[in-house]
Design a protein around this ligand. Structure first.
Ligand code: NAG
Ligand code: NAG
Ligand code: NAG
Ligand code: ZN
Length: 501
């Protein structure tokens, strides 16, 4: 509802909520945890989840960063926050290389063909080639290892010594039409990257995949007794994409003592990402949409991060764009990434390091204890989870900002003891749909989601009133942009870095 300024004056007298402006903020009572929690409804969370599901439909079931689906989520958040009039809403748009693909390697055997278990390399180009295999000598780290017969054919190269990207570029330089790298141990390579988007100084990349050492050696034996023709088929997208973080800061409140809460807006390419991280991002969105009923003593800022799944890209981009002063102005950062896992646990980031010996910046202990006390009060058992920087709080830790948050678990298996505490099934992943197409609303545990959003609201409201216990006035360094290629950090979010050698 819009008011003219004269109406606004009279409406104030009867306590109606109107749109504030910087010039004429209306009076609101100071936020209180119990009051804020009381207006956080399950139905609103589910509406947001439905909206995200619709967004994913715009791009074949994903909200991966830079997709139409992800853009729709960013716009959804931005529009809703702007409409409140309570926040300064800002999009931080930047360019980032999207690289995703699959590879297949097959060899015809009589009437059918043998499918090899094949892995694609990040940055690997799309393409399709069917040609004889040619063995490369040694480990294919110098041009001299590539025989002339490689030209127009598929180079078969052993893993080792130099980067995969070097081998594939040397194959390209030798005129190979494709390449297969086999492992230097029996099993598969286990996921790999070419390390750099391109290597013009060495040669062009060619369509490539990796296979196990057992398969590679069997092929070499086969090739010793005659030509083996294989086929490499790579489907891949490697493109720069523009994408945005959304930052929303209350117009009111002390901007030298900012309370931050964040979650990521993107999903993995495989699915719609409703638990990961629709649950966290929509949880804090709903808090942000209800908060305008009150005022805050300390400014509250919500961060909606893009490209978390590619290695905390959005949050790091934002944190490293801050000045020293801006970093110092942030009192706490609260992270909410996966808070509705179907086979959930109530995990709190171990900010005091008591369980995992990974201690956050001073003040992180206070945040952990605040959550612990809250859950104790509402009668919910919690357990610590390693404060290992696996989500968007990572860059905040690096910046020395006290951090904390809640997590209901991903691919790890629930223990017998935990099943006794929280119900659910022991021996099953906390989220069996983690990073899969099945990460849908129906597979979220809405009960846990609501509890965790309330806990998030408790922390936000408490710190928005009072930062007692959080060290302030600590000068913090300006962070340099890290010169780390995206795949080194990519999948850090799923706990395994990609091999580049
Ligand atoms: C998504 O948004 C970005 C940044 O605003 C824009 O450059 C891009 O074209 C959009 N992508 C799609 C698929 O709509
Ligand atoms: C690889 O083969 C599988 C099984 O035949 C198929 O589903 C998939 O689409 C293929 N991928 C590529 C990149 O050709
Ligand atoms: C905890 O970590 C510190 C520094 O990483 C190390 O020096 C210390 O020995 C560790 N303590 C325990 C109990 O593992
Ligand atoms: Zn996540």
């Amino acid at each position: 509802m819009k008011f003219t300024s004269t109406l606004l004056l009279s409406s104030l007298a009867i306590g109606a909520v109107a749109e504030p402006t910087d010039w004429f903020p209306i009076w609101r009572p100071l936020v209180q945890s119990n009051q804020l929690r009381r207006v956080l409804y399950r139905t609103n969370l589910l509406k947001h989840a439905d909206a995200l599901a619709e967004h994913a439909k715009l791009s074949d079931g994903t909200r991966a960063f830079g997709s139409k689906g992800h853009n729709a989520t960013v716009e959804y958040i931005q529009k809703k926050l702007e409409k409140t009039g309570y926040y300064d809403v800002e999009l931080q748009t930047f360019k980032y290389l999207f690289s995703e693909g699959t590879a297949n390697f097959t060899v015809p055997t009589g009437t059918t063909e043998k499918h090899y278990v094949t892995e694609w390399f990040t940055y690997g180009p799309a393409g399709s080639v069917k040609a004889p295999l040619v063995a490369v000598s040694d480990v294919g780290c110098t041009a001299a290892n590539f025989p002339a017969e490689v030209k127009g054919n598929i180079a078969l190269i052993k893993r080792g010594t130099c980067e995969f990207g070097m081998k594939i570029a040397l194959a390209g330089a030798a005129g190979a039409a494709g390449a297969v790298i086999y492992n230097n141990a029996d099993g598969p390579v286990g996921g790999g990257t070419l390390g750099q988007p391109s290597r013009p100084e060495t040669g062009p990349y060619v369509p490539a995949g990796s296979i196990s050492g057992v398969d590679g050696n069997a092929l070499l034996a086969q090739m010793a007794s005659g030509t083996v023709t294989g086929s490499v088929v790579v489907k891949a997208v490697n493109e720069d994409r523009y994408t945005s973080n959304v930052l929303a800061t209350t117009k009111g409140g002390d901007k030298k003592n900012v309370v931050m809460a964040g979650g990521h807006t993107d999903s993995v390419p495989a699915g719609p990402g409703i638990n990961d991280d629709g649950s966290g991002s929509m949880g804090i969105l709903e808090i942000a949409l209800q908060l305008p009923k009150w005022s805050v003593k300390n400014a509250v800022r919500f961060g909606f991060w893009t490209a978390e799944e590619y290695g905390l890209v959005g949050s790091e981009h934002w944190v490293t764009s801050l000045s020293k002063e801006q970093v110092s102005d942030i009192a706490v950062y609260l992270n909410f990434d996966m808070i509705a896992s179907p086979n959930f646990g109530y995990f709190l980031y171990d900010g005091d390091g008591s369980a995992f010996n990974l201690t956050g910046p001073k003040g992180s202990d206070h945040i952990e204890h605040l959550f612990e006390d809250y859950f104790k009060e509402v009668g919910i058992k919690t357990a610590p989870t390693a404060f290992d920087g696996r989500s968007d709080y990572g860059p905040f830790l690096t910046a020395g900002i006290p951090s904390g948050g809640i997590f209901t678990g991903a691919e790890k298996l629930k223990t017998e003891e935990e099943a006794k505490w929280w119900g659910g099934r022991a021996g099953i992943a906390y989220d069996p749909n983690y990073h899969k197409a099945g990460d849908t609303k129906d597979n979220c545990n809405v009960g846990a989601w609501v509890e965790n959003v309330k806990a998030a609201a408790h922390a936000i409201a408490t710190y928005a009133r009072d930062l007692n216990g959080i060290p302030r006035g600590v000068a913090r360094p300006k962070l340099a942009k890290k010169q780390i290629s995206h795949d080194q950090r990519r999948h850090s979010a799923c706990g395994h870095a990609l091999n580049s050698i």
